[in-house]
Design a protein around this ligand. Sequence first.
Ligand SMILES: NC(=O)c1ccc[n+]([C@@H]2O[C@H](COP(=O)([O-])OP(=O)(O)OC[C@H]3O[C@@H](n4cnc5c(N)ncnc54)[C@H](O)[C@@H]3O)[C@@H](O)[C@H]2O)c1
Length: 144
Amino acid sequence: MELFSLKDKVAIVTGACGLLGTQHCEALAAAGAQVVAADLDEKASGAVATRLGSGHIGVGMDVTSTASLQAVRQRIMDRYGRIDVLVNNAAINDMFENPALAAHQSMFEHYPLDAWDRSWRVNVSGVFFMLAGIGRSYGGAGVG
Ligand SMILES: NC(=O)c1ccc[n+]([C@@H]2O[C@H](COP(=O)([O-])OP(=O)(O)OC[C@H]3O[C@@H](n4cnc5c(N)ncnc54)[C@H](O)[C@@H]3O)[C@@H](O)[C@H]2O)c1
């Protein structure tokens, strides 16, 4: 465990309130990291952080909004002064309400265009925004 210790490291997890996000948060906290649980809803993110124990925080953040992620980055830098780990986990994970229609709706030729646009924005551009925005903390040009 010492070899993999994240003591005194600050880790951000996006999509922290989701199925895998909460697991990422718990694993990072167990390894000693100070976790920033980031998801769309600040209250829900706060609840995840509270469950992890003291030293962790929850923040409301939208990975598709550079203004939102810059505000969060500033909050983290003000509080911890560093960011060591980024887990780009936020995603639109399609759940088709009607299992009987799911196979049909999820085919490319039937997939709704607005859902495609939303998924692309979160699942692809969101990763880029986070990498560019967080990298900026270390002197990169960043986005926005
Ligand atoms: N659950 C699995 O078994 C599994 C397996 C392999 C891969 N994955 C992948 O892992 C990722 C997470 O999966 P999950 O099952 O935890 O999904 P999930 O739907 O449970 O969680 C996704 C989280 O992302 C958040 N989110 C959505 N849009 C956001 C935005 N714009 N900004 C910030 N947060 C946003 C949601 O609020 C949600 O809490 C997905 O890409 C999924 O495809 C999941």
